[in-house]
Each structure stands twice: as C-alpha cells, then as structure tokens.
Design a protein around this ligand. Sequence first.
Ligand code: MN3
Length: 200
Amino acid sequence: MAFELPKLPYAFNALEPNIDARTMEIHHGKHHQAYVTNLNNAIAGTETEKMSIEDICRNISKFPVPVRNNGGGHYNHSLFWNILTPNASAAPVGALADAISTNFGSFDDFKTKFAAAATTRFGSGWAWLVKNEAGKLEISSTPNQDNPLMDIAEVKGTPILGLDVWEHAYYLHYQNRRPDYISAFWNVINWDEVAKRFSK
Ligand code: MN3
C-alpha cells in the first residue's frame, strides 16, 4: 500500500504567531507531500511497499539514497506535526519530567542543550530528543532527513521529540533568525504526545 500524507491535526494558522500559517501550508502540503510522492515512486513495485515506515528507517543502510531522503522526510514530518499543538503546556509532567531532570539536570538545562543542538546543526537537518535502547534520554541532531531510528544514525533510539531546522520550516517568518524560531518552538510543544512516545 502506498504511503499517504497524514492530515494535519490542527488548522494551518493554529500555531500562529510561533509558526505562521503560510509556512505550515507549504511545509505540510508541498514539502511533506513531495517526500510521500517521491518515497512511493522510489519503492513502487518492490517488496518495500509492504514495510512500515519505521522498519524502512531501521534498515535504511540497505536502501538507495532516494528512500533514505524521502522515507526519512515522511517519518520525520509525520512525527513533527503530532508533537506540535496550539494548546501547549509549558513543561512536561510525570515520568517524562523526571527523566528529563535525571538525564539533563533540569528542564531548563535540557532546553539549553536541545537548542544548542538545533542551532549548531549546519545546513539542513533536525534536532532530537531520543529514548535510547537502555531507556535513557539523549539529545542529538541529524543532517538532511536522517533520524535516530536509522541504522546509520550516530545516536540511535526512538525519537520522542523532533525539531525541523531546514530553512523551509521557518524562513518565511524568521528569515535567517533560526534561534528565534527555536525559542518559539517551546511555546507549541504537545508534551502529552511526547510523554506518550516516551512511555512506549
Ligand atoms: Mn521540513
């Protein structure tokens, strides 16, 4: 079965002023759609069509570059839309909050370290909060559309929070001010969804 563009769980303008409506519309409808279309084209008529996007990522070293770029693009953006919300709480609670404090010192320390990973990713890529195989939290960043599920990733595990730092994610509103976009990201995080991914 071919992969499909997931519906955005809120309106294009729902994340204003943190992420503008025009950016959301193009990012979801054009960029993410292109990853889905190109992934489907890259795997058409092969056994890969029967695989989940997670399993494709876990075995990505066996696939050609178009599957890595577009499969990663599809997985990453599907995660990204779901960890954003117009009804954000300021900070996580419960087991996730405890794990963040244990691993990074405090929630503020975590934010500083995550923002540094997002800011210093050269060119296009993503910053991640990862639950590794030992169940511990790690911060990482990946180039292009790679992600921590991939067998080629430096830090491997399950991504539970991700921030797209490609210019297409922020340039219309923030131009070259990536740090301002990263600051705004904290206002629109769906911590319930991140906690759900953490507890899995
Ligand atoms: Mn993107």
